[in-house]
Ligand binder design. Structure first.
Ligand code: ADP
Ligand code: 5GP
Length: 219
């Protein structure tokens, strides 16, 4: 078997806030440890109580963010819920150079920009809540935001939902195990697309036209 080629896949998860992207993303990272790297975004939002800088986000000031935009450091960036969020270009290139795929938890504006910049590499999955009441319940149950922030996020959820059609795949997160199974299947199938596997076929064709094939294998 030839060495594993780099599949260079950017797996984008988006959803209305509270639909379950973070939960699904964490599980996917555990399942594909060493093959998939999580893109830690930069944000001007303040950290929530249980968040760890460098693991959940790189928390930066508005000035630092503006400087990064000016330096063209972002593969994409957008304003969401009144704060700016962005994906570092260098982190994507580093993951690719290590032969890893990259997982993103970003909004639809970011998904659109990544698809434009990396059309062949990007696979976008939109996570849907089973219904709006459940979505509201999950946001409240998470207890990480104030009631006003939750209100704002619910209003924004409707806006985010309206962009589902730009995505290649939809996953309904009702039962977590079932939803995870679908996400895993999407990732695995995407890795098997012919353009990501053509390396193997080309290698076989090259082998079949070699002298050794004629003299040793065909014999
Ligand atoms: P997002 O990252 O999309 O904002 P989270 O992953 O933080 O959403 O999920 C929001 C809340 O819903 C969390 O408390 C999480 O534990 C819970 N949750 C996620 N998926 C499910 C599910 N399938 N069933 C029940 N609760 C869920
Ligand atoms: P939260 O503040 O709940 O962590 O994230 C709010 C929203 O910002 C979520 O929809 C999340 O997917 C999105 N987001 C997080 N990081 C990025 C990023 O780097 N770029 C973009 N465009 N959106 C992001």
């Amino acid at each position: 078997m030839p060495t594993r080629p780099r599949s260079r896949l950017l797996l984008v998860l988006s959803s209305p806030s509270g639909a379950g992207k973070t939960t699904l993303a964490r599980r996917l990272m555990e399942r594909f440890e060493g093959e998939l790297t999580f893109s830690v975004s930069y944000t001007t939002r303040p950290p929530r109580p249980k968040e760890t800088p460098g693991r959940d986000y790189h928390f930066v000031s508005a000035e630092e963010f503006t400087l990064m935009v000016a330096r063209d450091s972002f593969a994409e960036w957008a304003e969401v819920h009144g704060h700016r969020y962005g994906t570092s270009r260098a982190a994507i290139e580093e993951a690719f150079s290590q032969g890893k795929d990259v997982l993103f938890d970003i909004d639809y504006q970011g998904g659109r920009q990544l698809k434009a910049r990396y059309p062949a590499e990007s696979v976008r999955v939109f996570v849907l809540p089973p219904d709006m009441r459940t979505l509201a319940g999950r946001l409240r149950g998470r207890a990480t935001d104030s009631p006003e922030v939750i209100q704002r996020r619910l209003a924004k959820a409707v806006d985010e939902l309206g962009h589902y059609h730009a995505y290649e795949y939809l996953v309904v997160n009702d039962d977590l195990d079932r939803a995870f199974g679908e996400l895993e299947a999407i990732y695995l199938a995407s890795r098997c697309r012919w353009d990501r596997k053509s390396f193997y076929a080309e290698q076989l064709l090259a082998e079949a036209s070699s002298e050794a094939f004629r003299t040793e294998i065909l014999k």
